[in-house]
Design a protein around this ligand. Structure first.
Ligand SMILES: NC(=O)c1ccc[n+]([C@@H]2O[C@H](COP(=O)([O-])OP(=O)(O)OC[C@H]3O[C@@H](n4cnc5c(N)ncnc54)[C@H](O)[C@@H]3O)[C@@H](O)[C@H]2O)c1
Length: 296
């Protein structure tokens, strides 16, 4: 695990909980202490093996030491193209050809990141997690060599994740494009004065969000029109869907006034509760959802 911040720590905890030996490197000093503190408090689906910190996790002094004898590298350096290019290029030289390198990048195109990797470019796979990856099953994959993508998918399945493979790469991959479409409409409705931040959030979390914990938009509509399923839905309610699409807000922006309106609305909604406290509650709910879905 290279680059051990928010996402790297979470990946490391997941891999350790499944009994893998994990070698970690981060340029910031103090990683051993940060790792131990994180592992002491993190909520995991599976408890950490008792020897996880002492025997399974190795904090390394260099990238070279970290990737020695590994079969899979999870790269989580900051979202900075120069940093990613330099790190991936050095990995291309250091790792044996069979090693798969997954990058957690949220926004970069794989081809741009591996521009300088001449040795084994096909081993690099975009492996985008949903935060926090130790709880969220989704990992979005994109690669140029099918065998590398399948090897990465196999690895993520071995740690209980659900890989989704993209056939083409677009900014935001699949899941963030869906959430961005929702956020754009939420911001537009706020600006138009349709409802408050709190009510727009409740309209999602108390309504469609409940179903989305179980199934996606296609199956949702498959179950929305009786025994005829999606075909009947499209026939009966397709026109109303198209009418709604035509009325969706097209000109959402994040200008200063809109940002101030969003921030004020969120502050009113959370009533002074800290981000850490809200994240703790989110993680408890995610654990309960995972349990309800029969994953424990
Ligand atoms: N935070 C999220 O919600 C999220 C979700 C999905 C994907 N990602 C992606 O994961 C990656 C990491 O994001 P993050 O939120 O964990 O960032 P972060 O800032 O929390 O962690 C980045 C870590 O990389 C280290 N680092 C700095 N320079 C480095 C270098 N040259 N090589 C290796 N490591 C270096 C930093 O010391 C830090 O510990 C990014 O590509 C981001 O797009 C983040």
């Amino acid at each position: 695990v290279l680059g051990v911040g928010t996402v790297g720590l979470s990946w490391a905890a997941l891999f350790l909980s499944y009994g893998y030996c994990v070698r970690l490197w981060d340029p910031q000093p103090g990683l051993q202490a940060r790792l131990e503190e994180y592992l002491a408090t993190v909520s995991l689906e599976r408890p950490l093996p008792s020897h996880a910190v002492q025997e399974l996790a190795t904090v390394c002094a260099t990238v070279e030491e970290a990737v020695a004898h590994v079969f899979f590298v999870q790269e989580n350096s900051p979202e900075n193209m120069g940093t990613k290019r330099q790190l991936l290029k050095s990995l291309d030289g250091l790792c044996s050809p069979s090693v798969i390198v997954g990058s957690s990048t949220s926004s970069f195109l794989l081809r741009d990141m591996i521009r300088d990797c001449a040795t084994e470019p096909g081993r690099f796979v975009l492996t985008h997690p949903f935060n926090p990856p130790h709880l969220m099953p989704l990992v979005e994959l994109f690669g140029t060599v099918d065998a590398s993508v399948e090897a990465a998918a196999e690895f993520y399945r071995s740690v209980g994740r659900h890989p989704v493979t993209m056939r083409k790469q677009l900014p935001g991959h699949v899941a963030n494009r869906l959430t961005s479409a929702i956020f754009r409409e939420a911001v537009w409705m706020l600006r138009e004065g349709i409802a408050s931040v709190e009510d727009i959030d409740a309209a999602m979390s108390q309504g469609p969000g409940m179903r989305f914990a179980h199934m996606g938009p296609f199956q949702t509509y498959h179950l929305a029109a009786g025994d005829g399923g999606i075909a009947q839905y499209l026939e009966h309610l397709g026109p109303s869907q198209e009418a709604r699409w035509a009325s969706l807000g097209q000109d959402a922006t994040l200008d200063e006034a809109t940002k101030a309106q969003i921030v004020a609305g969120v502050e009113e909604m959370v009533r002074g509760e800290s981000v850490a406290s809200l994240a703790g509650k989110r993680d408890k709910t995610l654990m309960a959802v995972l349990k309800a879905r029969g994953r424990l």
